[in-house]
Design a protein around this ligand. Structure first.
Ligand SMILES: [Zn+2]
Length: 417
């Protein structure tokens, strides 16, 4: 058997890659050997508390590798550490998928390219339903590195990020992958109670475990056994490699703290800032992280932007008075604004990211509809948006994977709806 199974990065970005594999790399990748290889991985360890009879963990790693390969479609390249050349400096884990970086992508660009591939090549991501493809992506994203916390009812993973753009990636599970927002939760390390005591843990990304086991299921038989022994429950079905547990929906407790609120708050007030413990304590109180409210707030990102962004049109605020461009809302002192996607990508596709959304007056919003004004006028408006809302320009740079300002304006213009 050929023991060297390595995919080229050029293939990864041009071929039709199984959503499971995309989820695995979207979740976590590590550059090794001076950026020569890019590695995704999976691991699980023996439970110190529960013994599973009739399951030899050593043998089971080989079975688990075969399952990951079956789930990976045309590229069954998952390998155990012992079968991989010692020359490749692997991170601590058991099972690996290796890309050879033949495109010489730099670490900070890999994620952007992957994000672009998802939105440009993967039609399944725009489906309204929780399809099998979406479930595959979620398994790659969550189960490979996720750990199960029965007592707190989470499947959780350590969450790594270097940029604001990467922090936002957790949103994709809600906005595109049909996980209800009240079942997803971020525990940013600065907001954990231990942080104040000087104990540094990683940021955790968590999904309600019961929802997960019912809708996504788990592939790992060992984890399935631990769960059954720990809870006294038995799985309700197995399809392919996936075990499911059924729950009544109303039994599942809903998480407080809307994820968008948490992410926005974190991005605006905490990320990249040097905060004192006193400030952190104040913020925890502000967010009611220590309280346990059980109400579910029904806010969408668009509503949050309507409410929280300043009442000004980022396209024409330097040229007009708002009273000439909009009107006051009924029974309100506030002017009417519309929320605009700076980058649109096709008819029914929206990029609902905070950094892709701006408030516009109705006049500018209308002028930015395809064909509604001349190319020059529309490009001028796009430039004004980029100038007045620089976060949208950063987002566009990442999305189009270029720093060329005119190319970004051109592409944004071409994508107007
Ligand atoms: Zn305007």
């Amino acid at each position: 058997m050929n023991s060297c199974k390595i995919m080229k990065t050029s293939e990864f970005f041009t071929k039709n890659v199984n959503p499971f594999l995309l989820g695995a790399f979207f979740s976590r990748y590590v550059f090794v050997n001076d950026n020569k290889y890019i590695v995704a991985y999976s691991s699980f360890y023996k439970s110190p508390k529960i013994t599973v009879p009739n399951l030899d963990l050593k043998e089971y790693y080989a079975i688990y590798r075969d399952i990951l390969n079956e789930e990976s479609g045309d590229y069954p390249y998952w390998q155990l550490k012992k079968d991989i050349s010692k020359d490749i400096k692997l991170p601590k884990a058991k099972i690996f998928f290796i890309l050879e970086n033949d495109l010489n992508i730099l670490p900070d660009k890999f994620y952007n390219k992957l994000y672009g591939k998802l939105y440009n090549d993967c039609d399944w991501i725009f489906s309204d339903d929780l399809t099998e493809d979406k479930k595959r992506f979620i398994r790659g994203y969550m189960e490979l590195r996720g750990s199960i916390d029965r007592s707190r009812n989470f499947i959780s993973q350590d969450y790594f990020y270097n940029s604001k753009f990467e922090i936002s990636k957790g949103r994709i599970l809600i906005e595109r992958l049909n996980i209800p927002n009240y079942y997803v939760n971020f525990n940013f390390r600065e907001l954990q109670s231990q942080y104040i005591d000087g104990i540094m843990r990683n940021t955790q990304y968590r999904i309600n475990l019961k929802w997960y086991l019912k809708n996504i299921g788990i592939m790992n038989e060992y984890k399935k056994d631990l769960y059954e022994i720990g809870t006294g429950l038995t799985h309700t079905k197995k399809e392919g490699n996936v075990w499911y547990f059924d729950y009544e929906d109303e039994v599942v407790s809903r998480e407080s703290n809307l994820i968008d609120e948490r992410i926005n708050y974190y991005l605006n007030k905490i990320f990249g800032k040097n905060l004192s413990n006193k400030e952190i304590v104040k913020m925890r109180q502000e967010l009611e992280f220590d309280a346990t409210p059980n109400s579910v707030r029904d806010n969408t990102l668009v509503k949050l932007i309507q409410l929280n962004y300043p009442d000004e049109c980022v396209a024409c605020k330097d040229d007009y008075d708002i009273s000439d461009r909009s009107f006051k809302k009924k029974n309100s002192d506030r002017y009417y604004f519309e929320v605009h996607h700076v980058i649109s990508i096709g008819k029914d596709k929206e990029l609902d990211d905070e950094n892709n959304l701006v408030k516009l007056c109705p006049t500018c919003h209308d002028l930015l509809k395809r064909g509604r004004a001349s190319e020059k006028e529309q490009k001028d408006l796009i430039r004004k948006i980029f100038k007045n809302a620089p976060n949208t320009l950063e987002f566009a740079k990442n999305f189009f994977n270029t720093d060329d300002y005119e190319e970004i304006v051109q592409k944004t213009y071409q994508n107007l709806k």
